[in-house]
Write a protein that binds this ligand. Structure first.
Ligand code: NDP
Length: 402
């Protein structure tokens, strides 16, 4: 029976470990490894208390291919789930190739010294994985991840051809802190402060960060929010794999308070990614800021409210114009009660488990490097309902999106 090796004992790692433990028939043995083994042990103890299952733990420096490969040799997993940071994607992929195991992650590779997320570094591994008979599944979180599957599902079942895509990520949660991020602060702030790019008429158009916004009324009781257009990595793969898209945009909600703090931090240089020498020490401002901010993994008990993340697609079906919106609503407190994490970690960790399950069950097993929308969305989206992320479709909603 397969063993899964999970790398990264942060907020997302906690959820993935809990959810894998729930599915013993697929994940018979679980090893959780991270830079700080103490964090793995805490998660393992929580999983034992919740499910009765044992999770083995280890320390690893995933920036080091040799260290990673030695760990893989020791525990002989069928696959690695990478929920460390995007900086480690390539070293973990190299270690998987060296040891002959499959790979999955939730965020595309970013070089530490450039805030630029692109798939080209990981897509370049396609032939190596294919020739080794191994699979690498990229971006199996929520966005990217479930949003790619939502788009593929709508394209498959609701349209003959899709023309526009708006991915809308609303977090209506409140953690009560003046400023905190819901996942790794360094990665989150790099993403949010990057220039915006959206797809239009065959190419990406660049605009200043946060320069386009609109109001969005979420379905059910989630409320109305201001959403801001920003770049998100799934736009790159979805526009490649759905060439009929003439426009594709990603929108995320932010509170005025969050944006005001970010503006001030940016103005004083605290979000910078280049080292500053302070009293003989090289300090990267954004890494120092991360050390000051609340740990996202600790936000669970305080965060109240709901997330609402979905894809709005327009296109044609049977020669008629139509639109459809596929979304999930997730309650922060319900997630906390289930696995001890807030909904951002939960909505990322559940799809990571389901992606791994798809691979190990053979439903999605294909040699090479793949994005989620290249697989059949049906078994994945069915499992989302079963493992805590139910979804709904509204056909021809009366949204008036810009
Ligand atoms: P955290 O910062 O909470 O956790 C990251 C973990 O990785 C920490 O335990 C950290 O160790 C560990 N780590 C970092 N560097 C190394 C290393 N060199 N070797 C071994 N372990 C290392 O982040 P999150 O859990 O919030 O996010 C995890 C991943 O999920 C990120 O890549 C993030 O971008 C992605 N994500 C994806 C989303 C999606 O929807 N697709 C949404 C949210 C997040 P230590 O504890 O010692 O610092």
């Amino acid at each position: 029976m397969p063993t899964v090796l999970i790398i990264g004992a942060g907020g997302v790692g906690r959820v993935v470990t809990h959810k894998c433990a729930e599915v013993a028939e697929v994940f018979s043995d679980i090893v959780l490894a991270s830079r700080t083994e103490e964090k793995c042990k805490k998660i393992a103890a929580a999983v034992k208390a919740k499910t009765g299952r044992d999770v083995a733990t280890a320390r690893v420096d995933a920036d080091n291919v040799g260290d990673m490969a030695a760990l893989i040799e020791r525990c002989k997993p069928a696959m690695v789930i990478n929920v460390a940071l995007p900086y480690q994607d390539l070293t973990i992929m190299d270690a998987c190739l060296a040891s002959g195991v499959h790979y999955l992650d939730t965020a595309n590779y970013e070089p530490p010294d450039t805030a630029r997320f692109e798939y080209r570094w990981q897509w370049a591994y396609h032939d190596k994985f294919r020739d080794a008979g191994l699979m690498a599944l990229l971006g199996s979180g929520f966005d990217p991840g479930a949003t790619n599957v939502f788009t593929a599902y709508l394209a498959k079942h609701y349209f003959d051809e899709i023309h526009t895509l708006d991915i809308i990520d609303v977090n209506g949660g409140d953690h009560g802190y003046p400023f905190a991020t819901n996942f790794n602060p360094e990665i989150n702030i790099r993403e949010v402060t990057a220039e915006c790019r959206h797809w239009q008429d065959g190419g990406f158009i660049t605009t200043p960060a946060m320069s386009s916004r609109q109001r969005f009324q979420c379905p059910e009781d989630v409320g109305e929010y201001t959403i801001y257009r920003m770049y998100h990595e799934e736009l790159e793969s979805l526009t490649k794999h759905y060439p009929s898209l003439t426009k594709a945009q990603f929108w995320m909600s932010f509170s005025d308070n969050y944006l005001k703090h970010l503006e001030v931090l940016g103005n004083v240089g605290m979000t910078g990614i280049e080292a500053v020498n302070y009293q003989g020490h090289d300090i990267v401002p954004i890494q120092f800021l991360k050390a000051l901010l609340p740990d996202p993994a600790m936000l669970g008990p305080r965060t109240k409210g709901k997330t609402c993340i979905g894809c709005h697609v327009t296109g044609v079906k049977d020669s008629r114009q139509k639109s459809a919106y596929l979304y999930n609503i997730c309650d922060h407190q319900a997630c906390y009660r289930e696995v001890g994490s807030q909904a951002i970690s939960y909505t990322t960790g559940v799809p990571a488990m389901i992606g791994a399950k798809m691979m190990l069950e053979g439903k999605w097993m294909r040699a090479g490097v793949w994005n989620m929308e290249q697989m059949d969305p049906d078994p994945f989206i069915d499992d989302m309902r079963q493992y805590g992320l139910p979804w709904k479709v509204i056909e021809n909603p009366n949204f008036n999106l810009a």
